[in-house]
Design a protein. Structure first.
Length: 179
């Protein structure tokens, strides 16, 4: 039987990493109209690479969820959590199953691109559904959705650029902390 509990050290690491996601979005974002580009998604990818699917999912949902809750997005926290879980599952399938946790640079880029595209598709789907719920045509809803995800494109680009840079740094720090 597999042990399903976390040690105090693991809980502390995951809590600190979740807080890092919140702080990175809060203080290192680039405003573009009502939206913004941030590095929270990149840190989610790095968390999954470092900690695996289960811990990565907890880190992602807590970090992104707490940011939403503290910044006036409480009504959509549940959507953020669902999106996070889908992104984490895609990372799991690609990195852990397909690439066998091989963290060479090309694989890190592949994982970052998959996570970025997944996030774009999820947001496009979400905003299209929201538009259609407002009784507009599919084309109008899709146009509205495209206009609403400019920040997502920026954050996705930031993810693709940041993951291959941040992962080796965070891996080294994490390995040193565990000694």
């Amino acid at each position: 039987m597999k042990n399903n509990t976390f040690t105090t050290r693991e809980l502390l690491e995951m809590s600190l990493y979740s807080a890092l996601i919140v702080l990175s979005i809060q203080f290192f974002r680039i405003q573009i109209g009502p939206q913004f580009i941030h590095f929270g998604n990149a840190l989610v990818v790095v968390a999954c690479l470092l900690y695996g699917t289960r811990k990565g999912a907890l880190i992602a949902t807590i970090g992104l969820g707490v940011f939403d809750f503290l910044n006036g997005y409480s009504s959509v926290v549940w959507i953020t959590i669902l999106e996070s879980i889908v992104v984490v599952l895609m990372i799991h399938l690609i990195y852990e199953k397909l690439l066998k946790r091989n963290d060479k640079i090309n694989n890190l880029i592949i994982v970052a691109v998959v996570a970025a595209v997944t996030k774009i598709v999820l947001n496009l789907f979400k905003y299209t559904l929201i538009g259609m719920a407002g009784n507009v045509t599919m084309n109008a809803a899709l146009s509205l959705a495209l206009s609403k995800i400019i920040g997502t494109f920026g954050s996705s680009l930031a993810t693709v650029v940041a993951v291959p840079i941040l992962y080796p740094l965070f891996k080294k720090v994490t390995v040193n902390l565990r000694k």
